[in-house]
Structure formats: structure tokens, C-alpha cells
Ligand binder design. Structure first.
Ligand SMILES: NC(=O)C1=CN([C@@H]2O[C@H](COP(=O)(O)OP(=O)(O)OC[C@H]3O[C@@H](n4cnc5c(N)ncnc54)[C@H](O)[C@@H]3O)[C@@H](O)[C@H]2O)[C@@H](O)CC1
Ligand SMILES: Nc1ncnc2c1ncn2[C@@H]1O[C@H](COP(=O)(O)OP(=O)(O)O)[C@@H](O)[C@H]1O
Ligand SMILES: [K+]
Length: 524
């Protein structure tokens, strides 16, 4: 992966952060980084809140160390600050040194202490969170009126975004506190708190972007603490925030003709012409040079549609003689029998195939049937039927599926996961719940088809398609239907090209971050 992609888009996991820390130990030193991290937390708090009574909850590790430093900086700025330690830091550690430099008051680690504070800083656990925190910790956090997290809320898994708490996370991770867990188990006697602000360091982590972490974190600010880029690189991050610059969508060129822009072909069936037409419209609206529908004896049903579409009634084998028709979509609007009659022909002819909808159903329980396709785009139901339930770690499941199938897997959802067979993963939170409308997945298939037809490599094409589709969803107005996305897709592609060109130049200042549009922080 290019150094600039690592610098601008990587989302290192906690395990990778620990490699980064080991590298940093020998260069900058953990104590220095901790000091800067604490200072950054204090700076953000001073920026975003008026002076008030602050309680800093400190755990035994380096996350607690950051907390002691933040407490000292706030106190020095004249804020009334006290610290409550869950457990003392390990003797001789950097965190112990940081703790000894805080000379302000200590109070007990209790819900009562939290209730007395106007603002509670959670520096209990960060990247080192290894299991669900005890209910004592959760009760203190949930007694807080206003919460700021250091690095990560102390009950969010930084790798998966999952809520870890008292083994009942299945009931809680999706939608926050609920009294009605699926198994009817008694749930703990506290509500999961929401945070106003999370200050993280170096780069955001997957847990800041993935549900439910994303929802709990509040505004996420990523502070530059002077971590050398070489340390981040040594950690070999392989999860990235999906954004222009991670990939490059071709712009229009004066010499373009429709074949350089690319041809997208679709297989069409007899009973669900709408889905195929939506996918075709998505391909056209996102800039394909030519879109053709292979409809065989059903051609009449399609000829009444958009005049710019070419409808073919020749047998598929004949159409495949045209080598300019490299990219094919197979699945939207097709029954299993129709997939069976077309997909093997496409693959035998060596075409770049995106398999969606009907094709995924046809291969349910037998993903080997899709061997040879370039991209699959399942939603969670289709994914489960193909590969089995993904469990809490969807990134891991999508990556495993991509490797198994040797195809790019786009696991669609509120945060879509784009996994490549070589292990690269992009997380896309650039979207809108407005996309949760029937047919929007067909539109997405068309957009990815356009990116493939433009000559982009398949992972990059899928990432670009997902981002452009998300951008269109954000601009399609209130309660759009799938057709409304089309009029926003051209502008969305242009916006991707604009943002790519504006990506920070190397050397423009440390590790810049954008996360989930909640906060954009570039080092001053
Ligand atoms: N990567 C970076 O850039 C930097 C990271 N720093 C901080 O270092 C943190 C990571 O520090 P550590 O690796 O020491 O880990 P943590 O401080 O997150 O936690 C580790 C400690 O908590 C205990 N623990 C974990 N889960 C527990 C649970 N559920 N119940 C009870 N005890 C539990 C562990 O046994 C260990 O003692 C980051 O989150 C960040 O705040 C900064 O200090 C400096 C730079
Ligand atoms: N809450 C949400 N936030 C953002 N995007 C969403 C949300 N819900 C669905 N989407 C997106 O909408 C699209 C829906 O696709 P899909 O489930 O295949 O629908 P359909 O089969 O009806 O076309 C996917 O791209 C998905 O990522
Ligand atoms: K924390």
C-alpha cells in the first residue's frame, strides 16, 4: 500500500497500534507521546467546553497515563480537576510517571464521584481493552452527565466497534440499551452512556467507524501527536477509511469516446425488469460510455425504457463475441434459472463479472458456484446465506469470504465493508440511511460496473462505487427513492474526482485524519 494511503486513510487496529507503540518506544518514546496525547485531550476539552468541574477516570495502563497528563494540563489552565483511579499504574511505567506529576485531588472511583462532576473524562481502557469491563466501571461511566473518551470509550472494541459489556453485548451492541434482550436474559442495571467527544491519536481506529462504536463516540477528533509515519507503516495497517484519494476515478478526457469511458452489459430476465433497469440506469448516470441489456426473448419489456439504453435480443453467446463488452452485471432482476443460464457463459468467456442479488441467491450455501467473478455485493442476509453468519467481527468475515472466493466482497450496510482477497479492507461510512430503499443496491451494482468498465482495478472500483453511491444518497434530498439517486450520481463522481485532487500533499503536516464526517481535523 502506498505510504500516502497509510498516512491519510489507514485505520490501525489496537493490535497494530501495539506494534506501532513498540516501534515508537525506540524513537520518540512512549512518555513523550503520552504527554502529547494528554495535552491534545486537554486542548480539545478547552476548545469545546466552558470551564467546569472535571473528573478524570484513570485505568492502570497507558490510556490512564494519557488521562493523568490531560488532568494536569487542565488543572494548569485553571479548571477544577480531580482524578479517580480504577487501579494504580504499574510501578516504574510511563503511566506511573504521568500519575506522579498530577498533584491535584484524588477521589474514589464511584458513581457518586461521577455524578458530582460536570464533565467526566474516560481514560479507563483504550487500545488495551481485552474483555468486557466490570459492572463497577460501567456504573461509573453511566452515572456521568457528559463524557469525553480518551482514544475510545472504555467498553468499545477498537477492532470491531462492538460493545463489550457483561456478556450481553449481543443485546446491546446494535441499538444501545434495551430491556428486551433476544433471549430474555436480565440485562445489567445501567444504560450504556453516549459520549459527546472522543479524542483519539495518530489515526482513527476501525471501532470509531463501525457500528456501534461509531454511534457511541460522538464527535471524533484525531490528534497528531508526532508519531513517525515509519512507526505506523511498520504496523502494516490493512483497514482503510473509504474516501477519494484511496483510489482514483478517471476524469473525462477530451479524447474520450464511449468505449474509453467503458461499456457495461447486463443480463436481464423475464420477471423482474425493474431491478435490471435500475442497475442499468445507475451505470449510465455514473458515467459509463454505453450500457447494453442482454434481454433475449424478453427484449420488448426493456425497449419501452430509457431511450439511451441499447437492448440486445441476440443469444448471449453471440453477444460475447464482442470483446469490447468486458464488464457484465449478473443478478439484478434474475431468477436462479436465469443466472444458471448466463453466469457460466460469462465466466467461460473470461468476462469481468459483478454478481449481485439473484446470482447470490443462486449460490446460497455453495459460494463455489461464483468462482471466477470479480466482485460480489451481498447485503447481510445474502452474505449469511452465502458464507454463513458473520458474527461480531464483520470485517474479519468479509475478508475471509473474499479470500475464499478470490473476489472482492462488498458487504453492504450502514457502514459497508469492501474486502479484497489480498486482505485490504475499506470501511465506508460516507453514506446515508436514505439509501435504505428498495432498488438502491441495484443502482450500486450499476455504479461499480461503471468503475470496472472505466478500467479501475476491482477493489478500487468497488470502493469508488460505494463512495459515489453514498455521496449521491447524501445529496438526493429527503426520502429519495432509488431512481432519485441517478440525478445525483454524475455530481457525486465529479466530487470524488475533486476531493482526490485535493488530497493533502506529502509533507503538508503529519498524519491528517478525516473520520465519519463527524469531525475533520488536520494538524494546524
Ligand atoms: N498508539 C499511540 O499512538 C499511543 C497510545 N497511547 C495510549 O495508550 C493506550 C493503550 O495503552 P495500553 O496498551 O497500556 O492499554 P490500556 O491502557 O487501554 O489498558 C491496559 C490495561 O487495562 C487492563 N484491562 C484491559 N481490559 C480490562 C478490563 N475489561 N477489565 C479490567 N482491566 C482491563 C489490562 O490488563 C492492562 O492493565 C491507548 O489507548 C492510548 O490512550 C498514548 O499514551 C501514546 C500514544
Ligand atoms: N442505514 C443505512 N445507512 C447507509 N446506507 C445504507 C443504510 N441502509 C442501507 N444502506 C445502503 O443501501 C443499499 C441497499 O442495498 P440492498 O440491501 O441491496 O437493497 P436492494 O436489494 O433493495 O436494492 C446498500 O448500498 C447499503 O449499503
Ligand atoms: K478510554
Amino acid at each position: 500500500m502506498a505510504m500516502s494511503a497509510i498516512r491519510d486513510f489507514s485505520l490501525p487496529t489496537p493490535a497494530q497500534c501495539s506494534v506501532m507503540d513498540d516501534e515508537a518506544r525506540a524513537t520518540v518514546g512512549i512518555g513523550t507521546l503520552m504527554e502529547r496525547a494528554g495535552w491534545a485531550v486537554a486542548r480539545e476539552i478547552r476548545k469545546q467546553f466552558r470551564p467546569c468541574r472535571v473528573l478524570v477516570l484513570c485505568g492502570p495502563g497507558n490510556n490512564g497515563g494519557d488521562g493523568y497528563c490531560a488532568a494536569r494540563h487542565l488543572e494548569r489552565a485553571g479548571w477544577p480537576v480531580s482524578v479517580a483511579a480504577l487501579a494504580p499504574p504499574r510501578p516504574q511505567s510511563e503511566a506511573a510517571a504521568a500519575a506522579s506529576r498530577f498533584r491535584g485531588p484524588h477521589v474514589p472511583f464511584t458513581a457518586e464521584s461521577a455524578r458530582r462532576a460536570d464533565l467526566v473524562v474516560d481514560a479507563v481502557f483504550g487500545a488495551g481493552l481485552s474483555r468486557a469491563p466490570s459492572s463497577d466501571v460501567m456504573e461509573v461511566l453511566s452515572a456521568s452527565r457528559m463524557l469525553v473518551a480518551v482514544d475510545m470509550p472504555s467498553f468499545i472494541d477498537g477492532t470491531t466497534g462492538e460493545v463489550l459489556c457483561d456478556g450481553s453485548h449481543d443485546a446491546l451492541s446494535g441499538d444501545g440499551p434495551s430491556r428486551d434482550g433476544p433471549s430474555g436474559d436480565a440485562l445489567p442495571d445501567y444504560a450504556l452512556p453516549d459520549y459527546t467527544l472522543t479524542v483519539t491519536f495518530v489515526r482513527p481506529k476501525p471501532g470509531h467507524v463501525l457500528p456501534a462504536g461509531r454511534r457511541k463516540c460522538g464527535t471524533v477528533v484525531c490528534a497528531d501527536i508526532g508519531m513517525p509515519l515509519s512507526c505506523l507503516e511498520a504496523a502494516r495497517p490493512d483497514i482503510f477509511l473509504n474516501a477519494p484519494g484511496l483510489w482514483h476515478v478517471p476524469a473525462m478526457s477530451p479524447e474520450d469516446h464511449k468505449y474509453t469511458r467503458g461499456v457495461v452489459s447486463l443480463c436481464a430476465g423475464a420477471v423482474m425488469p425493474g431491478a435490471t433497469r435500475l442497475a442499468a440506469a445507475g451505470a449510465r448516470a455514473s458515467g459509463a460510455g454505453l450500457v447494453r441489456i442482454s434481454a433475449g426473448e424478453n427484449a420488448c419489456a426493456y425497449r419501452l425504457g430509457a431511450p439511451g439504453l441499447v437492448i440486445d435480443d441476440a443469444p448471449l453467446a453471440t453477444l460475447l463475441e464482442d470483446v469490447r463488452r468486458k464488464v457484465w452485471l449478473c443478478g439484478p432482476g434474475l431468477t436462479g434459472a436465469e443466472v444458471e443460464a448466463s453466469l457460466p457463459l460469462l465466466l467461460d468467456a473470461g468476462r469481468i463479472v459483478l454478481a449481485d442479488a439473484g446470482a447470490l441467491g443462486w449460490a446460497a450455501g455453495n459460494p463455489g458456484r461464483l468462482a471466477g467473478v470479480a466482485v460480489v455485493t451481498p447485503h447481510i442476509g445474502e452474505f449469511t446465506r452465502l458464507f454463513g453468519a458473520p458474527g461480531a467481527d464483520r470485517v474479519c468475515a468479509a475478508r475471509r469470504a473474499a479470500r475464499e472466493l478470490d473476489a472482492v466482497v462488498v458487504l453492504k450496510g450502514s457502514v459497508s465493508i469492501v474486502a479484497a482477497p489480498d486482505g485490504r479492507v475499506a470501511l465506508n461510512d460516507h453514506a446515508s440511511p436514505a439509501l435504505a430503499t428498495a432498488g438502491s443496491g441495484d443502482t450500486l451494482a450499476g455504479v461499480i460496473g461503471t468503475m470496472l468498465a472505466a478500467g479501475m482495478p476491482r477493489w478500487e472500483a468497488a470502493c469508488a462505487g460505494v463512495w459515489i453511491h453514498g455521496e449521491a444518497g447524501r445529496n438526493a434530498g429527503d426520502w429519495p427513492i432509488a431512481e432519485d439517486l441517478d440525478r445525483c450520481l454524475g455530481a457525486a463522481r465529479a466530487e470524488a474526482i475533486r476531493r482526490d485532487a485535493a488530497t493533502v500533499e506529502p509533507g503538508a503536516g503529519g498524519l491528517a485524519c478525516e473520520t465519519q464526517d463527524l469531525a475533520v481535523k488536520r494538524p494546524a
